[in-house]
Design a protein around this ligand. Structure first.
Ligand code: TRP
Length: 337
C-alpha cells in the first residue's frame, strides 16, 4: 500500500498573523501542500481559550482573520489536499485528549521549556493552559495513520513547538505500550531554516502583543514605518562607522526575505566597512517586504468577499471522519464500551 502522506499542524487563533508566522511556519506549510501532502491546518480556538478565556469574541474574530491570512499567503482551501479544521468543531478530539491526560503527568509539563517560558509571563495560568501540550497531542493523533513505518504524520511548525511534538511522541508510545496496542504512530516534526524571527525591536521573538510585529495585512505605509523604526547595530552611530552584521535584525530580515542573495552579500560587505547607511538599507528592506506582501494583499481582497466559513465547515467534517475512527480504535484498546 502507498504510504499515507498526511500533514497536521495549526495555529492559535489569538490575532492576526505576522512575518514571524510566515517564515517560521507558513512557508513550510506551503511546501507541504505543493509536495502533495494531504494537509490539515488547525484553527486552534480551544488552545486560544487556554490564555484568552475572557475574550471569546476576540477568538471568534480571529478565526476569520487567520483563515484570511492563510488564504493570503497562498494556502488554497479549494484544493483537494487542503483542509482548514476548526479545533473546537471536532468532538472526538476532546475525548482523545481526555484519555491522553490519564497517561500524562505533571512533572513532564513542568519541565517543558516552552511551557516554562510562557508561564513566566502569566500570573495565574488556567488548568487548560497547563494541559495544552496534551491537548495538542490529541490534535495530532486524532489523525494518526496506521502504525506502518513511512506513514508518519508530518507536523511542520515553528521552533517553539518542538518540545510539544517531542512530548506527543512520548505519549503516543506510552499509550501503545500501556494498552498493548498500535493505535498511534509517533509523528515527525519539521522545522524550517528560520525557526523564529526577531521582532523589529530586536527582541527574541516577533509577537503582536509585544508590539514588535509586522503583520501580514499591514498596509504598505505601516510596513515602511515599522521597518524605518527598526533596531539595528546599537554601537553604530553614523553610516561611516563599521557595523556588525551578525545578530543585527536588519540583516536577519534581509536573509529571511530577500530573494537576491548576492544583493544581500553586497550590503553586508558595505555595512561592515561603514560604507552604507541604515536608512538606505531600511528603505530597501521595506521595498522587498512590500513587494512580497502585494500578492498576499490581492488574494486577501478577493477572499474577503467570499464566505470563508464554508471551507472551514468542510475541512472540519473531513477531519472528524478520521478522528472518529481513531477514537474508536483507542476505546477498543482501552476496553471501554
Ligand atoms: N501550539 C500551536 C501554536 O501555538 C498551535 C497548535 C495547536 C498546533 N495544535 C497543534 C501546532 C498541533 C501543531 C500541531 O501556534
Amino acid at each position: 500500500m502507498d504510504p499515507v502522506r498526511r500533514v497536521l499542524t495549526g495555529m492559535r487563533t489569538t490575532g492576526q498573523l505576522h512575518l514571524g508566522h510566515y517564515v517560521g511556519a507558513l512557508k513550510l506549510w506551503l511546501d507541504a501542500v505543493n509536495e502533495g501532502y494531504d494537509c490539515f491546518f488547525l484553527l486552534a480556538d480551544v488552545q486560544a481559550l487556554t490564555t484568552h478565556a475572557d475574550r471569546p469574541e476576540m477568538i471568534r474574530q480571529s478565526v476569520r482573520d487567520v483563515v484570511l491570512d492563510w488564504i493570503a499567503v497562498g494556502l488554497d482551501p479549494t484544493l483537494p489536499n487542503v483542509h482548514f479544521v476548526l479545533q473546537s468543531g471536532v468532538s472526538a478530539r476532546f475525548e482523545i485528549s481526555q484519555y491522553l491526560l490519564m497517561i500524562a503527568n505533571l512533572g513532564e509539563i513542568q519541565r517543558n521549556p516552552t511551557i516554562k517560558a510562557e508561564m513566566k509571563e502569566m500570573k495565574n495560568p488556567s488548568m487548560g493552559f497547563l494541559t495544552y501540550p496534551i491537548d495538542q497531542a490529541a490534535d495530532i493523533y486524532m489523525l494518526s495513520p496506521e502504525l506502518v513505518p513511512g506513514n508518519e504524520l508530518l507536523v511542520p511548525v515553528g521552533e517553539d513547538q518542538v518540545p510539544h511534538l517531542e512530548y506527543s511522541r512520548v505519549l503516543a508510545r506510552r499509550f501503545n505500550k500501556a494498552y498493548k496496542t498500535r493505535v498511534f504512530l509517533p509523528c515527525r516534526a519539521k522545522v524550517g531554516e528560520i525557526g523564529r524571527l526577531v521582532g523589529v525591536d530586536g527582541q527574541e521573538k516577533m509577537s503582536k502583543s509585544k508590539g514588535n510585529a509586522i503583520c501580514l495585512n499591514d498596509p504598505p505605509e505601516v510596513v515602511s514605518k515599522k521597518v524605518m523604526s527598526m533596531f539595528t547595530d546599537p554601537n553604530r552611530l553614523k553610516a561611516t562607522d563599521p557595523g556588525t552584521v551578525e545578530g543585527n535584525p536588519l540583516f536577519i530580515y534581509f536573509d529571511a526575505f530577500a530573494t537576491d542573495k548576492d544583493e544581500v552579500e553586497k550590503y553586508k560587505r558595505l555595512y561592515r566597512l561603514g560604507q552604507i547607511g541604515d536608512v538606505l538599507l531600511k528603505r530597501r528592506l521595506a521595498e522587498i517586504l512590500n513587494e512580497m506582501l502585494i500578492p498576499m494583499r490581492e488574494r486577501r481582497e478577493v477572499a474577503e468577499k467570499t464566505d470563508v466559513v464554508e471551507h472551514v465547515l468542510r475541512g472540519t467534517s473531513e477531519a472528524s471522519v478520521i478522528a472518529n475512527e481513531v477514537l474508536a480504535r483507542m476505546k477498543e484498546a482501552m476496553f471501554l464500551f
